[in-house]
Design a protein around this ligand. Structure first.
Ligand SMILES: Nc1ncnc2c1ncn2[C@@H]1O[C@H](COP(=O)(O)OP(=O)(O)OP(=O)(O)O)[C@@H](O)[C@H]1O
Length: 325
């Protein structure tokens, strides 16, 4: 297993150019985080907050407008095509839709062989053996190798997508809404599989999801994204038990409670803003309103728990501190 973080992201920014008279979109705004071997960082936030763009920019599938992405200690931006292709072996992508992400005319064996061939990962005469190993790894019967994607259920297809991502023994996987399209029971099975694979293979995950309850199941740490910025990051148990940013609190309050009576009562008593997640609102722990706060420095409010807050005492009494995680 590598020493130090698998992934280090510093001040990553992505701006989409203006189109049709609209202003440019700063989809990711100076995001910084790192992920250790065997660790899952959850990335949460509402639709449009910049999660997918962050994942794609980390994987170099989207050009960044600034910042640095280091994988296994190696800076990825500015690599030649050949070097980037070699680094791709270490980082893989599991996307949302297991229906569209598998080629319908290829058998599962062909689908799993493809990355092995592209990266020259195993000799030809070992290909079938490796494909069988991969199917076994994700708890699918290797005898299914000649079947086509449409012959599998949604959960089975997502297992195939995961097997394809793991074919080349990556160190780091971006899972972007990887279980969102599945029913609750299948989601739980795939989350268990991802956790099991992480333990066995020492994988690091960036687990992107809008479902905070789901992220809690898997993530050791969680980063909360609002309008392209990471506004809070820290150990999951701390962030969930004691959120420091009002936006995080709002997201957490929006998690449905299993008891319908409790849920109804909560919605009845919640301030109007709390039921609509279209803006940050409400006071932070220093009693100030974060609505339309814009960017603010990160402050450590507990071990490894950072919150973006311009009302932190360090900002208001001793001038701006620019501590970053
Ligand atoms: N190719 C693109 N061109 C222009 N704008 C884009 C492009 N891709 C994303 N955006 C914009 O960037 C912002 C961030 O989008 P992104 O898809 O990263 O958010 P997200 O948090 O992943 O949302 P979702 O959960 O809906 O996927 C949004 O305002 C989106 O409209």
């Amino acid at each position: 297993m590598p020493e130090g973080p698998v992934l280090e992201v510093r001040d990553l920014s992505v701006t989409f150019p203006a189109r049709g008279g609209a202003a440019p979109v700063m989809a990711v705004d100076r995001a910084s985080f790192s992920i250790a071997p065997g660790e899952t960082l959850g990335l949460v936030g509402q639709s449009g907050s910049g999660k997918t763009t962050t994942g794609r920019a980390v994987l170099q599938l989207q050009k960044a407008s600034g910042g640095s992405v280091r994988l296994l200690g190696r800076e990825l931006s500015g690599l030649s095509r050949g070097d980037l292709r070699r680094m791709r072996r270490h980082m893989q992508f599991v996307q949302q839709n297991p229906y569209s992400s598998l080629h319908p005319r290829l058998t599962i064996g062909q689908i799993l062989s493809e990355p092995l061939e592209v990266h020259g990962a195993v000799p030809r005469d070992r290909m079938a053996e490796r494909v069988a190993e991969l199917l076994d790894l994700v708890n699918l019967d290797p005898a299914m190798v000649s079947r086509y994607p449409h012959e599998f259920s949604g959960g089975q297809r997502q297992r195939i997508v995961i097997a394809r991502a793991l074919a080349v023994n990556p160190d780091f996987v971006v899972c972007d809404e990887a279980v969102s399209a599945l029913d609750v029971r299948t989601q739980a099975q795939i989350v268990r599989l991802l956790r099991d694979l992480q333990e066995r293979l020492g994988l690091a995950y960036l687990f992107i999801a809008h479902d905070l309850a789901l992220v809690r199941e898997l993530a050791h740490r969680v980063a909360v994204m609002y309008s392209g910025q990471i506004v809070e990051i820290g150990p999951s148990d701390r962030v969930y038990a004691s959120p420091g940013h009002p936006y995080t609190r709002m997201l957490l309050d929006a998690i449905p409670v299993p008891d319908p009576g409790v849920q109804r009562a909560r919605l009845r008593t919640a301030p109007r803003e709390m039921t609509f997640l279209d803006r940050t609102a409400g006071p932070c722990r220093f009693g100030e309103d974060h609505a339309a706060t814009g960017s603010a420095p990160m402050h450590e409010i507990g071990p490894g728990h950072f919150v973006s807050c311009r009302f932190h005492p360090a900002e208001t009494s001793t001038g701006p501190a620019h501590a970053r995680s």
